[in-house]
Design a protein around this ligand. Sequence first.
Ligand code: HAM
Length: 420
Amino acid sequence: MIQAPKGTKDILPKDVYLWHHIEDAARRTAEAYAFKEIRTPVFEHTELFVRGVGDTTDIVNKEMYTFLDKGGRSITLRPEGTAGVARAFIENGLVSEALPAKMYYFISAFRYERPQAGRLREFHQFGCELYGAAAPEADAEVISLADSFLRSLGLKEVELRLNSIGCKMCRAAYHAALKEYFRPHLSEMCADCNARFEKNPMRMLDCKEEGCRAVTAGAPKILDYLCDDCRKHFEEVKRLLDDTGIKYTVDAGIVRGLDYYSRTVFEFVTKAAGAQGTVLGGGRYDTLLEQMGAKPLPAVGFAVGMERLLMVIAAEHAPVPEERGVTCYLAGMDETCRKKAFALATELRRAGISAETDLMERSVKAQFKYADKKGARFVAVIGESELEAGEAQVKDMQDSSSERVKFGELCTYFKKKTEV
Ligand code: HAM
């Protein structure tokens, strides 16, 4: 038996209603903030991610699913959504449309990581990107969207961590300070960190190795190196969040694992879901679009991991809607009755009422058992006498009450009964 590749997960019919629940909430929230959906390809030219996500990141160095296609092109399954959305935005000339542009997406993404709870090789994200606005209001709006989304799911223990990693200017001074700090410790740090030291010392702060973490704990903090403009921007973002009543903790340890960020970075974290504490991550990335060949255009966005979100929902016992079974199962006593049940099921379906009927030539008793297992709200039984009277015996499976309803009135009956 061929099994699913390591790090992938099937989403089964019995669980899919939970996905619909969070996707509905995501769509509702994004559209309330006037974001529109965008869909981009699952694979892109490898170069897009090398340039976009950055060649000093673990994602690009270790985790990408990259292969040559039959035409000899280097192709990569997207490890995240931001780079592809930026490419699509530029390539389709959306730069010349009304700004700011606001887009959201649902994607599957692929990273060759060591699988564990909440860490998969194929996972799913809901993300939002906002282009064209440099003002701190844009950062606050995107953070507020993320916050509203998580709150709309009833999550209470997810906390916002906020930081600023400055711009190119302030980062030059910070990199110098980091290098000075790390230089005497290099022999205690992993090979990756030694490589990061030359190329991008800030990446060292994100290292997960125990030995490296002990060293990075005492490293200089970026917030002490912000230039005046970046400091003002950060102060303003915090003020806007305070004004909107969004609680946060400033956390200098948040540097994010992708290279495109500048200024505001943020994560929503929780202790509820075990080792993988970060549910949602994002930030400002003002140089990415220019790096990809467009005119300079500021940008800010985030993505939330759907699998992690589901783990948090379960851990927090957040309310989820009940899975709904079919509205009516039509059971027929014999072959003629089953034919009538089939015709009535079609009528109900055409009227938008979910209906099911026997496809297995089962006895009425077995049909009832099936309807019960599948959570049918009503079972309408048609026997010889019902057929003669032109009526069905409708049983309410919630309270076990029963009544006879004329065939011609079944649609209206179920519509009324299931009205909310
Ligand atoms: P990221 O922090 O790499 O950011 O991923 C965002 C979220 O995706 C994480 O917080 C996590 O919930 C989920 N995630 C990441 N890797 C995995 C994995 N291997 N298994 C399961 N879930 C995972 C980005 O992807 C940026 N593109 C976010 C962004 C959008 N920044 C600006 N705009």
